[in-house]
Write a protein that binds this ligand. Structure first.
Ligand code: BTN
Length: 274
């Protein structure tokens, strides 16, 4: 673990600690100038018994992990790259609630810090105007029907300029690219952690973030195309269920529940004109 002091706008654990008022999240923090992957480190810490709310934060990852076995790239000191270890009393099938909670907190923190109205693209991409600002990778540690821990890893493109944006299936953007100026990453991180902490408090008392997550989904009502294990599924994203599955209604009226996948848009069917 190294503590940088020379980068303007760098995030340090001391600065984070002095600004943060949370009850559970980030009471324990590991900070890395560079690490393979904060999710990978978090999974190691789960095994070592790290407490609920542990935050692993890095300025750079050499092997950042994305969903569906992809990689996540971000130039050093440009992004927010972190993982949270959560140990809520949930069954494994309810674990998506932790991801939903973090997606909602990210959208709310972005609005509070920058005024930008981001949304959530199913399952948990943070998007603005159809472009990807960030992603979430959730990994579980379960023993049978007992959930030991959830690791929620979040990458947010904050101060990348247009030339630094990665080529993704969904076109990428950053907060700075949208605003035309850079954003104080620590302020955004503090806003995220405080929002997430307040929601987590409610979740520990039995509340589900499902309704808030559903409200912020930009995918509902859209024509979608999804690569699934059974082949290409095309239809309209009509709803989501409590466990995070996307409900896709096909042209024949059949409703299919999709739990894992990537949504790409497709042209809307032609509307009939009188
Ligand atoms: C996605 O594919 O959209 C999810 C990307 C998640 C990236 C973050 S960056 C911090 C954390 N550590 C990782 O290795 N991955 C997640």
């Amino acid at each position: 673990m190294t503590h940088p002091i020379s980068h303007p706008g760098a995030i340090t654990p001391e600065a984070l600690h002095s600004r943060l008022h949370t009850r559970v999240l980030a009471q324990s923090v590991e900070f890395y100038e560079s690490i393979n992957s904060t999710n990978r480190r978090a999974m190691e810490l789960v095994d070592a018994g790290a407490p609920d709310g542990t935050l692993i934060l890095a300025e750079h990852q050499t092997h950042g992990r994305g969903r569906l076995a992809r990689t996540w790239h971000a130039p050093p000191h440009t992004s927010l790259l972190f993982s949270l270890i959560l140990r809520p009393p949930l069954a494994p099938h309810q674990a998506q609630r932790a991801t939903m909670l973090c997606a909602v907190a990210a959208v709310e923190a972005i609005a509070e810090t920058t005024g930008l109205a981001a949304g959530i693209k199913w399952p948990n991409d943070i998007v603005i105007a159809g472009k990807k600002l960030g992603g979430i990778l959730t990994e579980l540690q379960a023993h049978g029907q007992q959930l030991a821990a959830i690791v929620v890893g979040i990458g947010l493109n904050v101060n990348l300029d247009a030339a630094q944006l990665p080529p993704l299936i969904t076109p990428a953007t950053s907060l700075a690219a949208e605003l035309g100026h850079s954003v104080e990453r620590l302020q955004l991180l503090v806003a995220f952690l405080e929002r997430a902490d307040a929601l987590y408090d409610r979740m520990l008392a039995g509340w589900s973030p499902f309704a808030l997550w559903r409200q912020r989904l930009v995918t509902l009502g859209q024509p979608v195309r999804i690569a699934t294990d059974e082949g290409l599924l095309e239809g309209t994203a009509t709803d989501v269920d409590e466990n995070g599955a996307l409900l896709v209604t096909t042209a024949s009226g059949r409703v299919q529940h999709v739990l894992v996948g990537d949504v790409t848009g497709r042209a809307a069917p032609p509307t009939e004109t009188p």
